[in-house]
Ligand binder design. Structure first.
Ligand SMILES: [Zn+2]
Length: 354
C-alpha cells in the first residue's frame, strides 16, 4: 500500500498545511510519541524526521502506533472524505457521466488525489472504476432483455465494437452472452471497523471482507474461479438489505442476519461454515470445541483452515472461534477487529474504543 502513496515531500507539506484534500489518503505516525494522526490534526506538527506515513489507520496500528486523541483517526474509517462526497454522489446518481481531469478540476478537485483515493479504496483507477460501473449496468440491462446496440449507445459508447471490447474485457464474455453469463457485483459498505467489500451474485451475498484484509486479492481470484464470474463494481438488490442489517449489527440491535448467502466451497468447508453459523451471538468456542461440535473431533487443524477460508466475515462468524487458552489467535481482518466484534457481541461497550 505504502508505495501507492504520493512522495513523502508532498505528504509532509500536506501535513503541515493541514490539507483536508489528503483526508482518507494517508495517516501519519509520530515516532517520538507513538501516536498516529490524520493529516488535518490540530495538534502541533512533528518534525519531518520524526514522521512515518501510512496509507491507512490499519497499517499504522500494525506498526505499533496508537490513535491520537485529538484527531481520532480511527473514526469514520474508510468513509469517503468530505471533499470527495459530491463526486461520489454524482457518480452514483448517474454512472454514465464522463469525467476528464478538466471536469474534476472544474469541481475543485485535484485529479491526482481522486486517483490516489480510488486506487486505495477500489484497487483500480478512477476511470477503470467508472468503466466498470457502466459495463455492470449495461450487463444488467441486456440481461433484462434490452438490445445490445441500444444499450451500447446509451452507455455512452460511440461504436458497438468499442462497447463489445470493453464489455468482454470487464466481464469475460460478449454482451450477447449476458443471459448465460454471470457477474459478481461488488460494493463497499462502511462500518465502524472500516469498509467491507461485499460481493453478490443474483442468488445472494458471496463475499464480505474487510477491504484491507490480507489475501483479499486471493479471495477475489478464488471467487472468480468458483463462480466463473468476474467481480465488477456495481449494484445488487442484496446490498441494500446487507447495509441495513450490518448497521443494526454494529449498533448492537441485531444478533442474527437474514440475508441469502452463497457459500460455495468443498463439502468439508460447507460443513465447517454451517457449524460456524450455529455458534450463538455473544459466545465463543475453541477450535477443538468447534471441531467436536461438527462431529470432526480429530480434524482440528483442517477445521481451523476452513475457518480461515471463510469469505463472508461477520455473518458467518469465524470471529467466534478462539484459541483453547482464550487467546484470540488469527483473524483475516486483523486481531483488533476480532477483539472489537467479540466486545460488541458481549456487550462490553467500554472495550470498543481501546
Ligand atoms: Zn492527531
Amino acid at each position: 500500500m505504502q508505495n501507492s502513496l504520493p512522495d513523502s515531500e508532498t505528504l509532509y507539506a500536506a501535513l503541515v498545511s493541514k490539507d483536508d484534500n489528503f483526508e482518507g489518503i494517508f495517516v501519519v505516525g509520530v515516532k517520538t510519541t507513538g501516536v498516529f494522526c490524520r493529516p488535518t490534526c490540530t495538534a502541533r506538527k512533528p518534525k519531518r524526521e520524526n514522521v512515518e506515513f501510512f496509507g491507512s489507520a490499519h497499517d499504522a496500528l500494525l506498526h505499533g502506533y496508537r490513535p491520537c486523541k485529538v484527531c481520532a483517526p480511527m473514526e469514520h474509517k474508510g468513509s469517503a472524505p468530505d471533499w470527495l462526497k459530491p463526486l461520489l454522489a454524482e457518480i452514483t446518481a448517474d454512472p454514465l457521466i464522463r469525467f476528464k481531469d478538466s471536469d474534476l478540476r472544474r469541481r475543485g478537485l485535484d485529479p491526482s488525489r481522486v486517483r490516489y483515493w480510488f486506487k486505495r479504496h477500489h484497487q483500480m483507477t478512477f476511470q477503470a472504476y467508472l468503466r466498470a460501473l457502466r459495463i455492470g449496468q449495461a450487463f444488467g440491462r441486456i440481461r433484462h432483455g434490452e438490445k445490445v446496440t441500444g444499450t451500447a449507445f446509451e452507455s455512452g459508447y460511440e461504436s458497438l465494437s468499442g462497447f463489445a471490447d470493453q464489455f468482454k474485457k470487464t466481464t469475460g464474455f460478449a454482451p450477447s452472452k449476458s443471459r448465460e453469463g454471470r457477474l459478481i457485483a461488488t460494493t463497499r459498505i462502511l462500518t465502524p471497523l472500516g469498509p467491507l467489500l461485499a460481493g453478490a451474485s443474483a442468488e445472494g451475498i458471496c463475499l464480505l471482507e474487510f477491504v484491507d484484509r490480507r489475501m483479499l486479492e486471493t479471495q477475489l481470484q478464488r471467487l472468480n474461479k468458483l463462480f466463473k464470474a468476474e467481480c465488477v463494481p456495481g449494484f445488487s438488490e442484496h446490498f441494500d438489505n446487507l447495509s441495513v442489517q450490518l448497521a443494526e449489527y454494529f449498533s448492537g440491535k441485531r444478533k442474527e442476519f437474514d440475508i441469502p448467502l452463497v457459500l460455495s466451497g468443498t463439502p468439508f468447508q460447507q460443513r465447517v461454515w454451517a457449524g460456524l453459523r450455529k455458534i450463538p451471538y455473544g459466545s465463543t468456542r475453541s477450535y477443538k470445541e468447534q471441531a467436536e461440535a461438527i462431529g470432526l473431533p480429530s480434524a482440528v487443524r483442517a477445521v481451523a483452515k476452513a475457518n480461515g477460508d471463510n469469505r463472508i466475515a461477520i455473518i458467518v462468524p469465524c470471529h467466534r472461534v478462539i484459541g483453547a487458552d482464550g487467546e484470540l489467535v488469527g483473524y483475516g481482518g486483523g486481531l483488533w477487529r476480532k477483539r472489537f466484534l467479540l466486545a460488541l457481541e458481549s456487550g462490553q461497550k467500554s472495550l470498543l474504543h481501546t
